[in-house]
Design a protein around this ligand. Structure first.
Ligand SMILES: NC(=O)c1ccc[n+]([C@@H]2O[C@H](COP(=O)([O-])OP(=O)(O)OC[C@H]3O[C@@H](n4cnc5c(N)ncnc54)[C@H](O)[C@@H]3O)[C@@H](O)[C@H]2O)c1
Length: 260
């Protein structure tokens, strides 16, 4: 039974920032499809949290870097909900080991680029084509695409160059799809989180604690929380900044603010 609600697909929503975004969009009245690589048992608590906000949920165990998995996911969303209104490209990985750009391997580069850039790029292509079809069938349809990039799109970390290049690429991807999809009324936005407390940053927690406390790298001197990012995604998905596309909201506690 289809609910008639707007439907959001959030990649990497099994935990962390993606889960917070999925919960927030559920609270906004969307049904939510979650795409992640974990087996379903490992994300059952996450799905309950999303469902607890009133959403119908669908779990797609799929790898965003696989073309077959992307197609399978969109087919499952169509089968379950019959529509897709919001795509959030959130899934992403850091390099398995941080390595100096003078030594890092091509293998790590390929892995990070496939998951963080190539996968979202072609998932967006497929989702955008589906949104265009929906728009042609229903002039009132209003889609939206949100890319979770990073301050690493503009902040150079030579100890994880492939990650920075993937996020800089995603930033151009935001502009490209925004330019192409304007005629169909589909805005494309980018969020650039700074230092957010999730599993991804668990291994560098003490290092960043020190940088925040002793070096004063932030203007707002605390770790970011997944909810800080999620609220911005909800604002975008609601259409609060409708006369705007290809734009970036940086959620970094002032990290990238130039100061003297
Ligand atoms: N945590 C931060 O400080 C921070 C800062 C800037 C940007 N980001 C970005 O935010 C996004 C979410 O990060 P997070 O901190 O929540 O990380 P996280 O590792 O806690 O969660 C990422 C989720 O993505 C999933 N995922 C990984 N590879 C996947 C794949 N191939 N296919 C589908 N799902 C996959 C993981 O299983 C996990 O559930 C990432 O794109 C990350 O680069 C995070």
């Amino acid at each position: 039974m289809k609910s008639g609600k707007r439907v959001a697909l959030v990649t990497g929503a099994g935990r962390g920032i993606g889960l917070a975004i999925a919960e927030e969009l559920a609270g906004e009245g969307c049904d939510v499809a979650v795409m992640d690589v974990h087996d379903e048992a490992a994300v059952s608590a996450a799905l309950e949290r999303i469902g607890g906000r009133g959403a119908g949920t669908l779990y797609c165990r799929a790898d965003v870097s696989s073309a077959a998995d992307r197609a399978k996911t969109l087919a499952a969303v169509e089968e379950r909900f019959g529509r897709l209104d919001v795509l959030v490209n959130n899934a992403g990985v850091a390099p398995r080991a941080r390595a100096d750009i003078l030594e890092a391997t091509e293998e790590s580069y390929e892995r990070v680029m496939k998951i963080n850039l190539q996968g979202p790029y072609f998932l967006t292509q497929a989702a955008a084509n589906w949104m265009i079809r929906q728009r042609r069938e229903n002039g009132a349809f209003s889609g939206c695409i949100i890319n979770v990039a990073s301050i690493s799109a503009v902040v150079a970390s030579p100890g994880r160059g492939e990650y920075c290049v993937s996020k800089a690429g995603m930033s151009m991807m935001t502009q490209l799809f925004a330019a192409r999809l304007g005629e169909f009324g589909i805005p494309v936005y980018e969020i650039r989180p700074g230092i957010i407390a999730t599993d991804m940053t668990a291994g560098v927690r003490e290092k960043y604690d020190r940088l925040i406390a002793e070096k004063g790298i932030l203007v707002q001197s605390r770790w970011g929380r997944p909810e800080d990012v999620a609220r911005v995604a909800a604002m975008m998905a609601r259409g609060d900044i409708a006369y705007s596309t290809g734009q970036i909201v940086t959620v970094d506690g002032g990290f990238t603010l130039r100061r003297l």
